[in-house]
Design a protein. Structure first.
Length: 452
């Protein structure tokens, strides 16, 4: 009889020693923590986060949220920081499950670490465990889960958040198994939330549930051991029985934070737009032209990009984050999409509106082949037509920030600083408001918890 997913996760997680984690995995985790904390800071100014503070701001406890002047309970901090992490869609992406794992796992781990006064090693280890559990579940379920309409950030992220919190709350094997089993029974979340406030809210709500599942299991509540494999469990209900169950065998042997690794974003929009942004910027530099010299931009994209970037004419910041015409209009003006471009006045500006008219997006069957989906899931072919009658084309398979093209340490730090500046904060002066949560660029690699 095979061992249930929940049991195998519990066995591995409760027996893992920090010294067994390879150095390059720890380094990848520290980069992800640093990046996610920066986007949490940027998210503090988002209206969704402000609204959540009104709801949860009176839940006082030992944990910090960047947008709250007072300390919050672990549950409240997880939901607020989780929403902030995803508010501008600037958080990292794993292509194992086409998901934003860090935005869910890190807020849960931060809250639990603060509540338990965890050590630096305990915190990083828990973040790694939660990330690897989420990505392993994603690999078991394959990309069919995402393409069926489920939002994998929430469905897989719940298991990662729960596993991270379970490590920090010190659950034993039996308790850990129950907490994970609850994830199999309770997971859900559809992509229908894309383009609405529900998207960042669902990220925070999932992080909060992870904290709660771990704490209630620690208190003695039982859960279904076979919450994933049972005919009424996750695999059947949420994935039509499609599984590659053998993927669980490599948990802790192949680290998914390294293979396939994470995209660290350079633009605060859906990752599906990043290759197109990079390629358009490259073509403009190659031709030495600006927006005024361009007649039109044709973008050929694979299915994943086509079904993700659904807004041809966005009216809100949330819609703009899922609009290729808007992303490329910003690129025509600035060479990229900036956080400032997500302000409503920017979206409705006459200049950007006219530039969006120049952009077309078509579905490419060639770029949607099985081989291309494996190699370049969010690629783009861009053809630039100039007013002088000439044109030039280029293909980008991997955007800058992808695992094959990782951000340099300087660029990662620059992104962090830009997030802080957008939030009206200074990471160099260490003001009190950020000292308890945000990790500074010169400290993050060696001091991940002591400022929390």
């Amino acid at each position: 009889m095979s061992i249930a997913f929940s049991q195998q996760v519990a066995d591995w997680s409760t027996s893992l020693d920090f010294d067994e984690i390879p150095d390059d995995v720890i380094k990848a985790a520290q980069r992800s923590v640093f990046d996610t904390l920066g986007v949490i800071a940027a998210g503090a100014s988002h209206s969704v986060v402000s609204s959540l503070i009104k709801v949860y701001g009176d839940n006082t406890g030992p944990c910090s949220a960047i947008s709250s002047k007072r300390k919050l309970t672990a549950e409240a901090a997880a939901i607020v920081n989780g929403a902030a992490a995803h508010a501008w869609d600037f958080d990292d992406t794993s292509y194992t499950g086409i998901m934003h794992g860090s935005a869910v796992v890190l807020p849960a781990a931060l809250a639990a670490a603060q509540e338990t006064d965890a050590s630096e090693e305990e915190f990083i280890s828990a973040f790694i465990v939660g990330s690897e559990v989420a990505y392993t579940l994603a690999e078991i379920c394959t990309h069919s889960h995402y393409f069926s309409g489920w939002w994998s950030t929430a469905t897989f992220g719940l298991s990662g958040a729960t596993a991270a919190a379970a490590c920090l709350y010190g659950l034993d094997r039996a308790q850990f198994t129950c907490a994970m089993g609850m994830c199999g029974a309770a997971a859900g979340g559809g992509k229908i939330v894309f383009g609405t406030d529900g998207k960042p809210f669902l990220v925070g709500e999932t992080a909060r549930r992870g904290v709660e599942f771990a704490k209630t299991a620690a208190a003695g509540l039982s859960g279904p051991i076979n919450g994933f494999e049972n005919p009424g469990g996750f695999y059947d209900l949420l994935n039509k029985g499609v599984t590659e169950a053998e993927a669980i065998q490599s948990l802790g042997a192949r680290w998914r934070m390294l293979e396939p690794g994470l995209l660290i974003k350079t633009n605060p929009v859906c990752s599906a737009a990043h290759a197109a942004i990079d390629q358009l910027s490259s073509l403009m530099n190659e031709a030495g032209v600006d927006a005024g010299q361009i007649l039109r931009v044709d973008a050929e994209v694979p299915k994943l990009v086509y079904i993700s970037l659904i807004y041809a004419r966005p009216e809100t910041p949330q819609q703009a984050q899922f609009s290729l015409p808007y992303a490329l209009a910003c690129t025509l003006m600035h060479g990229c999409v900036r956080l400032d471009d997500l302000l409503e006045a920017e979206i409705t500006s006459s200049e950007k509106q006219s530039l969006m008219d120049k952009v077309s997006m078509t579905l490419s069957q060639e770029l949607s082949s099985d081989q291309m989906r494996r190699l370049h899931p969010e690629s783009a072919k861009i053809t630039l037509h100039l007013i002088d009658g000439s044109s030039l084309s280029g293909f980008c398979g991997q955007a800058y920030g992808m695992p094959s093209r990782p951000l340099t340490e300087n660029d990662l730090t620059d992104k962090f600083q830009s997030c802080m500046e957008f939030a009206g904060l200074s990471s160099r002066g260490k003001p009190e408001k950020i000292q308890k949560l945000l990790i500074l660029s010169d400290e993050v690699m060696s001091n991940s918890v002591s400022l929390c």
